[in-house]
Design a protein around this ligand. Structure first.
Ligand SMILES: Nc1ncnc2c1ncn2[C@@H]1O[C@H](COP(=O)(O)OP(=O)(O)OP(=O)(O)O)[C@@H](O)[C@H]1O
Length: 464
């Protein structure tokens, strides 16, 4: 400002203050306004007159500001920054800076305020966009899958999208994963999804169904055996399933069914990533990812001493619970559509379901989850002549929309024996549809698989 007289200097400063985009508010040490610029009155929604005639305490008391940076500076005697809300709703980032007299007491306070409402709105928009980008990334991964190994993996519901996100993250590291969920929710498919997206996707994916291996064969099946290990063993010895999974993923399905006697051995194999084949001495090192799945409550098995606690914790490093289909109804129609398309293509059909049928599918409880849905769609598609499938082709339990409801509510014209046969037939078919196979249905109903087969043959003849 060299060469300018005082009036000129003041004029320039005033012009600068008045054209500032930020609010400038200068107050004395009692909180009285000495100067307030245009930007300040605009962004704070306060008139110059109000500011000039009231102290800052009164303005706070009148709700003009939610709090006051000036009062904070008067209290602390230090430059202070706060975020406050003005009465017009604007969010303000205000910094108060004290100036001092020679004796060290505060002379004035200069407050600089910036309207950050737009900034906050931008931040909010950014986080919405980020969330969208994340979703697109998932969709993209799924799309890539669709042209790759798992064309039928459906995950439209927010719950499944969250699971896919987690699965894609864990796929990149080799942590052990424990997938839980009711029968037929897709635990096996998710295990394959993790494998296919992992660094060992080129390696093998070996599924071991722990419920189907007899206890006496478990060790040799899992760890293999050396030649001559036991009578009946193959002469050359045999590699175990864990060894076959080397360089890839082993999927231990129905892990809750693993015999207690096997559990410490599996525990050691997982812990040290090494095995000793039955009848052998040499330790074999393994590099593999372990994914286990169960539809029983493992913690309860641990409490009942049927499952080792240490093994449970070894497996439960990354737990993933797949919700039942009824807890993510958004997936029902996309799954139905996908299945219908697949079957139409496979059989050269051109069939479709009416809106009413879709509504009923949406309402039903699906105790057998996606497996039940798959079996039902296949059954109605292949057993119907018409191209448009309406509600009359749906089984009665679905029409009622209630699980386990008694399907015959009028007596009809049949005699007692035929009516009972019809009900028994219906029950057996339903159990097979839900559980996925005759042996599993037999387990569920507590009868022999051969009994089911015999009854089905009998009823098929009787009810023809
Ligand atoms: N998200 C999905 N998209 C498409 N199909 C699916 C999905 N999840 C499961 N399925 C299909 O549903 C059927 C049952 O799935 P899966 O065998 O993986 O279930 P599970 O939970 O392992 O059952 P269980 O406990 O009886 O072994 C399979 O045919 C599978 O392909």
């Amino acid at each position: 400002m060299k060469g300018l007289d005082m009036d000129k200097e003041v004029e320039i400063l005033k012009t600068a203050f008045e054209s500032s985009y930020d609010g400038i508010h200068i107050l004395d040490n009692q909180g009285n306004t000495l100067y307030i610029n245009n930007a300040c009155t605009r962004i704070e929604g306060i008139s110059r007159e109000e500011a000039m005639t009231k102290t800052i305490k009164e303005l706070v008391a009148n709700g003009v500001y939610s709090e006051s940076v000036t009062l904070k500076v008067l209290e602390t005697k230090e430059p202070t920054t706060i975020i406050q809300t003005a009465k017009n709703g604007n969010q303000l980032l205000s910094t108060g800076t004290p100036t001092f007299k020679e004796d060290g007491s505060i002379d004035k306070i200069v407050v600089n305020s910036r309207d950050i409402t737009d900034l906050n709105e931008l931040k909010r928009e950014l986080s919405v966009k980020e969330e969208l980008a994340k979703q697109y990334q998932i969709e993209l991964e799924l799309l890539k899958q669709q042209h790759g190994k798992q064309p039928d993996f459906i995950a439209k519901s927010p719950a499944m999208q969250k699971i896919i996100r987690l699965a894609l993250n864990v796929a990149k590291v080799d942590s052990t994963v424990l997938i839980t969920g009711e029968s037929g929710v897709g635990k096996g498919l998710l295990a394959e999804f993790i494998h296919n997206n992992s660094n060992c996707a080129q390696g093998p994916f070996i599924k071991i169904d722990c419920s189907s291996i007899p206890e006496s064969l478990f060790e040799s099946e899992l760890f293999g055996y050396e030649k001559g290990a036991f009578t009946g063993a193959e002469k050359t010895g045999k590699a175990g399933l864990l060894e076959l999974a080397n360089g890839g993923t082993v999927f231990l399905d129905e892990i809750g069914e693993m015999p207690l006697s096997m559990q410490p051995k599996l525990m050691r194999a997982i812990q040290h990533r090494e095995i000793v084949p039955v009848g052998g001495k040499l330790v074999k090192k393994l590099e593999l990812r372990i994914i286990a799945a169960t539809n029983v409550e493992l913690t309860q098995k641990v409490r009942e001493k049927e499952f080792r606690e240490d093994l449970y914790y070894r497996l439960n490093v990354v737990p993933i619970r797949i919700p039942a289909l009824r807890e993510r109804r958004e997936d029902i129609l996309p799954l139905t559509l996908r299945l219908t398309e697949k079957l139409n293509k496979h059989y050269g059909f051109c069939k479709q379901l009416t809106e009413e049928v879709k509504d009923l599918l949406l309402e039903y409880e699906w105790p057998g989850n996606i497996r039940e849905l798959e079996n039902l769609i296949e059954r109605i598609l292949v057993s119907t002549q018409e191209d448009v499938i309406d509600v009359k082709y749906l089984p009665v339990h679905l029409l009622r929309g209630k699980t386990g409801a008694f399907p015959f509510d009028d007596m009809g014209t049949e005699d007692y024996k035929t009516a009972l046969a019809k009900y028994d037939h219906h029950l057996l078919k339903l159990a097979i549809e839900r559980e996925g196979s005759i042996p599993k249905a037999a387990d569920r109903l507590g009868i022999d698989a051969t009994t089911i087969r015999r009854k089905l043959d009998k009823y098929e003849n009787l009810l023809k």
